[in-house]
Design a protein around this ligand. Structure first.
Ligand code: PRP
Ligand code: URA
Length: 204
């Protein structure tokens, strides 16, 4: 199921992320801000449980988070989306999947993996760009084989092809994206897109 962020602030941030004149420092701040909106969206239905506390005036029952959370950035660009999750959810576990697209074939090559225990957790894969969908599918395959059963995917810009590819391979994974763009170009970059996210994030 695809969920497209529908928030005026999201639209505002995206416009500046897309703008080629936006410099890396601002680009990183905008990435933090839009990822914060996505972090709220991907956790809005997290389970809670009763928790008894004493306020200064009386005893009352509140609600606290009941299920642990893991967030898995796809390196390298996914790193730019981690901090909102660690700011909001101090107990979150962070795992890493390193994937790099080949510049000619656009097929992703795995070069690193470091994962926490995943069973029983909501596991949110974060990667700003969902282009062919190859990287996301590879990451989701790995996480499933490592025991994840409740997987989510959060992206900033997605293509229709990428969404179709993930939905075909992992139909149970909800996809949250800030934008669903038009298409891929011949080099498998998203149009209108924002270019190479990792390069713009890190000034490379
Ligand atoms: C980008 C992006 C995704 C991937 C999307 O990473 O961050 O991981 O491409 O493309 P796909 O859907 O066609 O697989 P890239 O491989 O350029 O590596 P980087 O994050 O190190 O820049
Ligand atoms: N990766 C990016 O960073 N941008 C795209 O448009 C496609 C893949």
């Amino acid at each position: 199921m695809l969920h497209v962020l529908n928030h005026p602030l999201g639209a505002h941030i995206l416009t500046h992320l897309r703008d080629r004149t936006t410099h890396p420092a601002t680009f990183r701040t905008l990435t933090y801000q839009i990822s914060l909106l996505l972090a709220l969206q991907t956790t809005r239905d997290l389970a809670t449980r009763d928790h008894l506390i004493d306020t200064p005036l009386e005893t009352t029952v509140g609600r606290v988070l009941a299920r642990p959370l893991a967030v898995i950035p796809i390196l390298r660009a996914g790193l730019g989306m981690v901090q909102p999750f660690t700011d909001l959810f101090p107990d979150v576990s962070v795992g890493y999947v390193g994937l790099e697209r080949d510049h000619v074939t656009a097929v992703a090559r795995s070069y690193y993996q470091k994962l926490p225990p995943l069973a029983g957790k909501r596991v949110i894969v974060i990667d700003p760009m969902l282009a062919t969908g190859g990287s996301a599918v590879q990451a989701l395959d790995v996480l499933r084989s490592e025991g994840a059963t409740e997987l989510y995917l959060a992206c900033i810009v997605s293509s229709p092809e990428g969404v179709r590819t993930v939905e075909a391979a992992h139909p149970d994974v909800p996809i949250y994206t800030a934008a669903l763009d038009r298409e891929l170009n011949a080099k498998r970059y998203i149009l209108p897109g924002l270019g190479d996210f990792g390069d713009r994030l890190y000034g490379t």
